[in-house]
Design a protein around this ligand. Structure first.
Ligand code: AMP
Ligand code: MG
Length: 477
């Protein structure tokens, strides 16, 4: 399909106008394409050739030559535990929906919800969002997607002057826990019901007309959130800003900010420089997910009996633990479950925590393990703990039916060779700031296919260089 034939629907505008602000994007000065993503284009049936036209750059810059009704959405949210009654899309403008994907420009100007912000996004954070949403998809983790990123000569002030950029994001829904909280806390229960009905149509169509649709929707959100966070934990992803406005009703990873993949394993790792108390630390993510769900539960309480929802919420721990255990067993290449597996796992994680072992590199190296310990032992300064653990692992492997080759194959599909660590992203950003976007393209290759070899990028599959370990990023973006 040509861009000119794209049809964008804005069904959300059938809701009352309290739900949104109809607003047109404000284009950036001198826009230019930094990267476009053919996988995302496929999802909306857009021809790949179209991605390299001026019309496309204009499109991402908010100058659309097709009919459309753009709007920003209203929501609230608990930020670091404190309720903020009105947030909303302060710098995101929805263009409309096509083929089940809502297209949204991030950084395309002011909306009613911009508060003190300028409606813009800087190049560095836009590159991070663009690449990471594709990387999460490549790792089979539910996420929003990104179609393209453009840069500009627009000057945007953060701690210093930077250049403005826009990412065209896509999601099956942009409704957040905070969307429900807005109407609940404003005591607008009729609108809350409208939103729930809209969301059911959009994200839970199999529940339309079901008399228990609301509780069933909540049950699915509990489940998808628990599973999404279990997957984050499996790959060592720390989101960094798990405010309820950054939690998708569809259990997708959204709003990429100061996130990080673990370099060395540290359960208490905090990627967000602003998060001094560690509320959103790596290890706290599962329990924060549950707390956020409890805020959604409160918000839905005018529609559903809260005790029933509490019963559902009480299943969160079991759903998370089951999913998490399965993911970890897969990472170890174990097909069967044995009573002592949790001991095997805690011994491994204790060892990784104490020895500060590079998380991704360790599991990838373990994936190749065939009885020869040399490579694995070379990862750690003190060899004895790992050597001892490997004896227990060897014994455990004997309980499996699968042969070594098949286990290795399966583990190589489970334990990525590449994750986009912060220092890699920073290298691509530094280059991009000099006008060289090849780093973005390189990382896009790794983002799309993180389980493949990509020998040219072998250096990125090693331990994070010491000087780049455990960077913390600020929320400024
Ligand atoms: P975030 O931390 O990116 O999830 O943003 C939290 C809230 O602040 C959301 O309502 C955003 O739309 C808003 N926001 C963040 N940055 C800006 C900005 N530069 N201009 C306007 N609103 C912003
Ligand atoms: Mg947000």
């Amino acid at each position: 399909m040509k861009l000119a034939n794209l049809k964008l629907k804005s069904d959300y505008l059938s809701l009352d106008d309290i739900f949104y602000h109809e607003v047109k994007p404000e284009p950036l000065n001198n826009p230019h394409l930094i990267s476009a993503n053919k996988d995302a284009a496929d999802l909306i049936g857009l021809d790949e050739d179209e991605l390299h036209t001026d019309t496309f750059v204009n499109f991402v810059n908010g100058k659309l030559e097709i009919p459309y009704k753009p709007y920003a959405m209203c929501y609230a949210g608990h930020q670091f535990g404190f309720f903020v009654p009105r947030l909303g899309d302060g710098r995101a403008i929805n263009l409309g929906e096509t083929n089940g994907w809502h297209l949204q420009l991030k950084g395309a100007g002011l909306t009613r919800y911009s508060r003190d912000g300028d409606g813009r996004a800087v190049l560095r954070s836009s590159i991070r969002e663009y690449l990471m949403s594709e990387a999460m998809h490549g790792l089979h983790i539910p996420t929003t997607r990104a179609l393209a990123i453009i840069g500009s000569t627009h000057r945007v002030y953060r701690e210093d002057w930077e250049s403005g950029a826009i990412v065209l994001r896509m999601s099956p829904t942009w409704i957040r826990f905070g969307s429900f909280e807005y109407f609940y806390h404003a005591k607008k229960h009729a609108e809350l019901e409208q939103l729930a009905d809209y969301s059911i149509k959009e994200s839970f169509p199999h529940l339309v007309g079901d008399k228990d649709a609301y509780i069933k929707m909540f049950t699915e959100v509990v489940e998808s959130t628990a599973i999404m966070i279990a997957k984050w934990m499996g790959v060592g992803f720390n989101h960094g800003v798990m405010n309820t406005d950054n939690m998708s009703i569809a259990g997708l990873t959204i709003d990429y900010g100061p996130y990080a993949f673990l370099d060395e394993y540290d359960f208490d790792y905090i990627c967000n420089h602003t998060d001094q108390g560690g509320r959103y630390s790596f290890g706290n993510q599962p329990q924060v997910g549950k707390w956020n769900l409890s805020m959604l539960m409160n918000a839905l309480s005018p529609l559903v009996n809260i005790d029933k929802m509490q019963e559902v919420l009480d299943t969160y721990g079991d759903i998370f633990n089951k999913a998490h255990l399965q993911i970890l067993l897969d990472k170890l290449g174990l097909e069967t479950h044995h009573e002592k597996d949790t001991e095997l796992l805690s011994a491994l994680f204790d060892f990784m925590q104490n020895q500060r072992i590079d998380y991704t590199y360790f599991f990838r190296t373990l994936s190749h393990y065939n009885g020869d310990r040399t490579k694995l032992l070379s990862i750690c300064m003190m060899k004895k703990p790992l050597d001892e653990w490997l004896y227990i692992y060897d014994t455990r492997l004997k309980l499996e039916d699968r042969n070594t080759d098949d286990r290795v194959k399966a583990m190589l599909k489970t334990n990525p060779k590449y994750v986009l660590k912060n220092y890699m992203l920073q290298e691509a950003i530094d280059k991009a700031n000099e006008g060289d976007f090849s780093g973005v393209e390189d990382l896009m290759i790794l983002a799309r296919l993180p389980f493949e070899e990509h020998e040219k990028f072998d250096h990125y599959a090693k331990e994070t260089p010491l000087k780049h370990k455990n960077l913390k990023l600020s929320c400024s973006s």
